[in-house]
Design a binder for this molecule. Structure first.
Ligand code: ADP
Ligand code: MG
Length: 275
């Protein structure tokens, strides 16, 4: 059940050397309608880090992920991706990105996988995967197709390349969404509850794919309620509570010996609920 123990130990060691920072949030605040949903969140992910993000519903996990590509504009604080701090400016109407081209560039360096697979329903699986590489990244069609087929093979659904999303199971659609996220060669992958919309029997196949990506050394932030998976796959875990990072550390600490009483309670109630 724990195939990668040595590998995680190696990651732990590597964490102590200087790995380049791929993602960082520095003191990010965000309110909606006067309610502060993120209350000063700071987080860094170095190259190859797999950060598990846990917390109750409403604690701000999705908002935190969405702030990274500025799908939500933070009210204050800084975001940096691959060494580039996103420039923002204050206007009469609030904070805005200072440079739209920069935002597009930064978004192009990230891959997203959401709970609701978000595939384009009118396109085949292959077309879904090649869309951004061809139209956003302006790469050669033939090369994109070859690469997309390799990615679909990697996630185990290459035989579905000419099918439409509705013809696939939820697990297959989510694997297609992962292939699509990989097709733009992202520097980091952001997963927001990638298995929450799936029937229980389909969760495992998606987690296997994500685990394989972790073992390849990809940089990932993963919001999940799959606690066993989160503990095994991550080299760092973060517990968010009411818009603040309440506990952070190696997964052995956060999942097994949390310092925070709230984190302990969250884990207990979560495990109890899951049975
Ligand atoms: P989580 O992902 O941890 O469940 P969210 O980040 O989705 O939490 O939400 C945190 C809080 O922010 C919730 O109370 C939610 O209702 C609120 N919220 C999130 N997005 C919006 C929005 N676009 N407008 C208003 N409120 C929002
Ligand atoms: Mg959420």
């Amino acid at each position: 059940m724990t195939p990668g123990r040595e590998y995680f130990a190696a990651r732990g060691l590597r964490g102590k050397t200087s790995v380049p920072t791929v993602l960082s949030l520095n003191d990010v605040h965000k309110s909606f309608g006067g309610i502060e949903v993120l209350r000063g969140v700071s987080l860094e992910a170095g190259d190859g880090d797999v950060v598990a993000i846990i917390g109750s519903s409403g604690s701000g996990k999705s908002t935190m992920l969405r702030c990274i590509p500025l799908l939500e504009m933070p009210d204050s604080g800084e975001i940096a991706v691959a060494g580039e701090t996103i420039a923002m400016r204050e206007t009469r109407h609030g904070r805005r990105a200072a440079d739209d081209a920069q935002v597009q560039r930064v978004r192009g360096r990230l891959g997203f996988v959401f709970q609701s697979f978000n595939l384009w329903s009118h396109m085949t699986i292959l077309e879904n995967v090649i869309e951004a590489p061809i139209h956003v990244h302006k790469r050669q069609r033939a090369e994109c197709i070859a690469e997309a087929e390799a990615l679909l093979d990697k996630v185990g659904i290459v035989e579905k390349r000419n099918a439409y999303p509705a013809e696939l199971s939820g697990g297959q659609q989510q694997r297609a969404a992962i292939a699509r996220a990989l097709a733009t060669h992202p520097r980091a992958l952001l997963f927001d509850e990638p298995t929450s919309a799936l029937d229980p029997e389909l969760v495992g196949e998606v987690l296997l794919v994500i685990r394989a990506l972790a073992e390849e050394g990809r940089t990932m932030l993963i919001v999940t309620h799959e606690m066993n998976f989160a503990r095994d796959v991550s080299n760092r875990a973060v517990f968010l509570h009411q818009g603040r990072i309440e506990e952070e550390g190696p997964p052995e600490q956060v999942f097994e010996q949390p310092v925070s009483e709230r984190c302990r309670q969250f884990l207990t109630s979560h495990l109890a609920r899951r049975g």
